[in-house]
Design a protein around this ligand. Structure first.
Ligand code: UDX
Ligand code: ADP
Length: 475
């Protein structure tokens, strides 16, 4: 089967960039990306895309209208497609069985029903969204139970490993592509058909083919391992602060062992993003359902350590500011869950802000890419506050870091944006109340030089102490 037309349901952080790169690399394939959100599709069709990803604008500009289309008109796109990606969101359930842990598959199910009702002939359905193991079973069941005679479906698992902020590079040059399918002739053929699409730009030896369940589980495991490394180094950061070791030095010395490797050992205020916590919770839930209690509690600890790290950092801010921050002004630099993205899902900044708001602080927030509306939505959500009016009184959002810092008692860096490394900290210091505090939750500032300016500095995994030779607070 030659794949000539691809439809992608879900124009989010996964579907949008993935299909843009696919269209860019496969000019012979027509790629239609659909979303039920009219606003999102309008943004994909406008000069300002709904998500910020370095390099994405150029790719979309080149392909849009040629072989890449964004639309809310799902039905014709499904009908004409040879292959359909399901890239809808699978949030953690907030109600019922598995509340707070299991992935909610209602959007995946809705897509499956839609595909079943519209399809004729042979179709390959690919789950791209991260799903629990055996989600493909549910898709197959829904498809086959609702299918007209003569229609033949193959369901594949093809998890996406892109990281936000580097999505385009990850897609152009992935470490591997994973495709799982049914162990039958028809299943193997469908896997080969999808391999053919990727082989437009990825060499065959980087494309791994497995059974469906291995593929689904591998995605959860990859994210769990990455998150585990961060929780491990964060656990060590607490030990470093207590002993006087420097966690960056420990990470370097440890990571240079080629068996361990140096990546994902950057201690921080904690990990965020839409995947790590969700996938870990999912793994814990699956393990519990299978009565693997020890396995579940092992992975639960990775989440617990992340919570500990976020709360430890937030508590330290209050403690250092003389145990009271009521009516004090604190500047939050960075609200995205990592640099080079405008995404705030599970951002540690939200946790830190929540903690500081509960203590009655005024917050001045600046982030180079997060929309102010998004910050307010996050901070007034019921998960953060029961009093959204109060939050609106306490929070002010700024469009430059210097105005955000003027008159503040402290600065808190929550995201590792490059521009925060290069700020004129002397200029910032001069406009702040004294003593001026700097809490570096990402270890990105040159601590010696800000100490010299006069800041009191706190960071992760290292005691930053003033040398007796440095002058005291000039103020
Ligand atoms: C992750 C996986 O990396 C990706 O393969 C998967 O497809 C989706 O989930 P993402 O969440 O976009 O990607 O970003 P990632 O770079 O993994 O960072 C996740 C969080 O961990 C961020 O909050 C980041 O700041 C934090 N982090 C990362 C650290 O605190 N320390 C590190 O050393 C690395
Ligand atoms: P991810 O990070 O997994 O890509 P996002 O929330 O960014 O998640 O994107 C998922 C997209 O899927 C959203 O834009 C949402 O509107 C869309 N979506 C969810 N369900 C459906 C559906 N049944 N039909 C079309 N689009 C859908």
């Amino acid at each position: 089967m030659v794949i000539e037309k691809i439809c992608c349901i879900g124009a989010g952080y996964v579907g949008g960039p993935t299909c843009s790169v696919l269209a860019y690399k496969c000019p012979n394939i027509k790629v239609t990306v659909c979303d039920r959100s009219k606003e999102r599709i309008e943004q994909w069709n406008s000069p300002k895309l709904p998500i910020y990803e370095p390099g994405l604008d150029e790719i979309v500009k080149e392909c849009r209208g040629r072989n890449l289309f964004f639309t809310t008109d799902l039905d014709p796109a499904i009908i004409e497609a040879d292959l359909i990606f399901i890239s809808v969101n699978t949030p953690t359930k907030t109600f019922g069985i598995g509340k707070g842990r299991a992935a909610d598959l209602k959007f995946v199910e809705a897509c499956s029903r839609k595909i079943a009702s519209l399809s004729s002939g042979r179709k390959i359905v690919v789950e791209k969204s991260t799903v629990p193991v055996h989600a493909a079973d549910s898709i197959i069941n829904i498809l086959t139970a609702n299918t007209r005679p003569g229609v033949e479906f193959q369901v594949l698992s093809n998890p996406e490993f892109l990281a936000e902020g580097t999505a385009v590079q990850d897609l152009l040059n992935p470490d591997r592509v994973l495709i799982g399918g049914e162990q039958s002739d028809a299943g193997r053929q469908a896997v080969e058909d999808l391999c053919w699409v990727y082989q437009h730009w990825i060499s065959r030896d980087k494309i791994i083919t497995t059974n469906t369940w291995s593929s689904e589980l591998s995605k959860l495991v990859a994210n769990a391992f990455l998150a585990q490394r961060i929780s491990s180094i964060n656990a060590i950061s607490a030990l470093c602060e207590a002993t006087g070791a420097d966690v960056s030095e420990v990470a370097q010395a440890t990571g240079m062992d080629s068996r361990i490797g140096s990546k994902f050992l950057q201690a921080s205020v904690g990990f965020g993003g839409s995947c790590f916590q969700k996938d870990l919770l999912n793994l814990v839930y699956i393990s519990e359902c299978l009565k693997l209690t020890e396995v579940a509690s092992y992975w639960q600890k990775v989440i617990d350590m992340n919570e500990y790290q976020k709360s430890r950092f937030a508590a330290r801010i209050v403690e250092r500011l003389f145990n009271t921050i009521t009516d004090k002004t604190i500047t939050i630099l960075g609200f995205a869950f990592k640099k080079n993205t405008g995404d705030t899902r599970e951002s540690p900044a939200i946790y830190v802000c929540k903690y500081l708001l509960e203590e009655g602080a005024n917050l001045h927030i600046y982030d180079p890419k997060v929309e102010p509306k998004q910050m307010m939505t996050d901070l007034t959500s019921p998960m953060v506050s029961v009093d959204p009016e109060k939050v609106r009184e306490l929070v002010k959002i700024y469009d430059d870091p210097y105005s955000a810092a003027a008159g503040a008692h402290a600065i808190v860096i929550c995201t590792e944006w490059d521009e925060f490394v290069r700020l004129d900290y002397q200029k910032i210091y001069d406009t702040m109340l004294k003593p001026a505090f700097l809490f570096d939750g990402r270890k990105i500032v040159d601590h010696e030089s800000v100490l010299e300016i006069g800041f009191h500095v706190e960071t992760i995994g290292k005691r930053v102490t003033r040398s007796p030779l440095l002058r005291a607070d000039p103020a």
